[in-house]
Design a protein around this ligand. Structure first.
Ligand code: AP5
Length: 207
């Protein structure tokens, strides 16, 4: 099965896509993680992407589309995948339809107050990329998985969060209508604990 996780920044796309991937053995394809990995390795793509990411802008469509098309051609994606953070524009969705068949789209619906709370307290491991929240860290400053230092993402600063939300409303929200027309979308309201929200997502996906 091929799934898309849509939703505003901080709604929990990465958190739930990772849980689903671990539990059901379906690869999580996160364009944000792939771009950050390119930045870490200082590739040409990473150098081009960093300027956009740090400012809360979307990376140009052609760069992201090519990256995803190449990734989905890998052997581990042949039995299914979870797209986390792609597509993010109608142009990306149209391109995707030419090289992939999508079975279901989960739209994570979250209140702005939930989004702001999730992003302002998010901490990520600078080494392995694991995600945490200050609500559950009890003051820890290193990663429980690898011991790496936990950092506050540059694009999780308050002004950049607000800009990312504006970009989401303008460029990504139209995808809700796009996938509604294709009769693929299921809304899941995320306003509870991770476990509870995850249960709702599995139910929506029929898993
Ligand atoms: P990306 O990394 O994809 O960022 P995003 O979409 O803005 O999403 P986030 O990672 O901020 O949030 P999330 O929904 O995954 O939330 P999370 O699970 O971490 O992209 C970064 C940038 O890359 C973009 O701005 C853009 O520049 C570029 N980019 C990426 N894809 C692109 C594309 N297709 N086209 C162009 N540019 C692209 O959760 C957040 C926090 O909340 C965590 O701390 C988590 O623990 C906590 N949390 C989540 N759910 C709950 C819950 N139910 N209860 C308690 N805590 C919770």
């Amino acid at each position: 099965m091929n799934f898309i996780f849509l939703g505003p920044p901080g709604a929990g796309k990465g958190t739930h896509a990772k849980l689903l991937s671990q539990k059901h053995g379906i690869p999580q394809i996160s364009t944000g993680d792939m771009l950050r990995e390119n930045i870490k390795r200082a590739t040409d793509l990473g150098k081009q992407a960093q300027v956009y990411i740090d400012q809360g802008e979307l990376v140009p469509d052609d760069l992201v589309i090519q990256m995803v098309e190449e990734r989905l051609a890998q052997p581990d994606c042949q039995k299914g995948y979870i797209l986390d953070g792609f597509p993010r524009t109608v142009t990306q969705a149209e391109a995707l339809s030419k090289f992939a068949r999508i079975d279901k789209v989960i739209d994570l619906v979250a209140d702005t107050s939930v989004i702001l709370g999730n992003l302002s307290g998010r901490r990520v491991c600078g080494n392995c990329g694991a995600t945490y929240h200050t609500r559950r860290l009890n003051g820890a400053t290193t990663c429980a998985a690898c011991g790496g230092k936990l950092i506050h993402r540059v694009d999780d600063q308050p002004e950049t969060i607000l800009h990312r939300l504006e970009v989401y409303h303008k460029k990504t929200e139209p995808l809700i209508e796009y996938y509604k027309k294709a009769d693929l979308i299921m809304d899941v309201v995320v306003e509870s604990t991770i476990d509870h929200d995850f249960m709702l997502i599995e139910k929506a996906l029929g898993l």
